[in-house]
Ligand binder design. Sequence first.
Ligand SMILES: NC(=O)C1=CN([C@@H]2O[C@H](COP(=O)(O)OP(=O)(O)OC[C@H]3O[C@@H](n4cnc5c(N)ncnc54)[C@H](OP(=O)(O)O)[C@@H]3O)[C@@H](O)[C@H]2O)C=CC1
Ligand SMILES: O=C(O)C1=N[C@H](C(=O)O)C[C@H](O)C1
Length: 266
Amino acid sequence: MDTKTVRIGIAGINGRVGRLLREEVAAAGAILAGGSTRNGVMDPAGGDTIAPPCPVFTSMADLAQVCDVVIDFTNVATVRAHAQALTQAGTAWVLGTTGLGDEDQAAVEQAARRIAVVQAANFSPGVTLMTRLARQMAAALPGGEYDAEILEMHHRQKVDAPSGTALAIGNAVADGRGIVLKDHIETARDGHTGPRADDAIGFAVLRGGQVVGEHSLIFTSANEQLSLTHRSFNRRIYATGAVRAAQWSRTREAGLYSMDNVLGLE
Ligand SMILES: NC(=O)C1=CN([C@@H]2O[C@H](COP(=O)(O)OP(=O)(O)OC[C@H]3O[C@@H](n4cnc5c(N)ncnc54)[C@H](OP(=O)(O)O)[C@@H]3O)[C@@H](O)[C@H]2O)C=CC1
Ligand SMILES: O=C(O)C1=N[C@H](C(=O)O)C[C@H](O)C1
């Protein structure tokens, strides 16, 4: 099958990532079949964009009808409705939205029984690899001896914390150590905290200006420190990864896939 001619829809086409997706769908030679916004109006692209115009809808149900796959970087309030609409239409879903609660995630997993879903907290190849390395490092550097802490910084508009990427790295650390993140997560330290628990996985969150996205995983023992840092310089890295995932999803059966699958790392 020619994956280049896949018909791609963009939910949240006016968003920070959505705008770049318009260009990256065109650059990949895929068909930009439509987009969605809250009011049915697409903002002018501006700049030196090469994105073609496309139909714009206000509902996922309508967008899903004209696409093979929808790339979705919107917000967490949309997730359950989008899961339902895409399942009903039989349209694949590339989901980048972060900040999902347990019920949102359950809806994603339910949808993946009927349609192909590629879900990633971060579509960059660098973070995909960093998350794999985090699991390996955590397995080799035991809790109690090496304290694992995750630091992230993002732009002032970001609404969820810790970032989806930070949580994915935390999950990988927990996985590498054979423990469950929710039992060991420490996101708030204030006042008389007591000493650090051996298996704690700590998170620190910074917000400011227009920082695109920075993540560090730091292992510290009594005698040494090892850290792994990723910096995104431009959101385009997420858009190119998501378009790659959309093209890849075209030929997949129903299931929940990750960027590791898309990049052939699994
Ligand atoms: N997985 C990854 O690689 C990445 C994930 N993200 C995540 O993606 C999401 C979006 O990020 P970002 O682009 O920066 O955010 P923006 O707020 O810039 O974009 C989201 C867009 O979605 C629109 N939107 C919201 N609800 C709907 C709806 N029901 N129908 C159509 N459009 C809707 C918003 O419109 P309005 O402004 O009117 O609300 C907005 O234009 C966040 O959750 C972020 O954390 C971001 C970067 C990378
Ligand atoms: O909101 C953002 O900007 C980003 N969100 C994702 C996250 O929560 O990890 C990915 C990236 O860090 C940018």
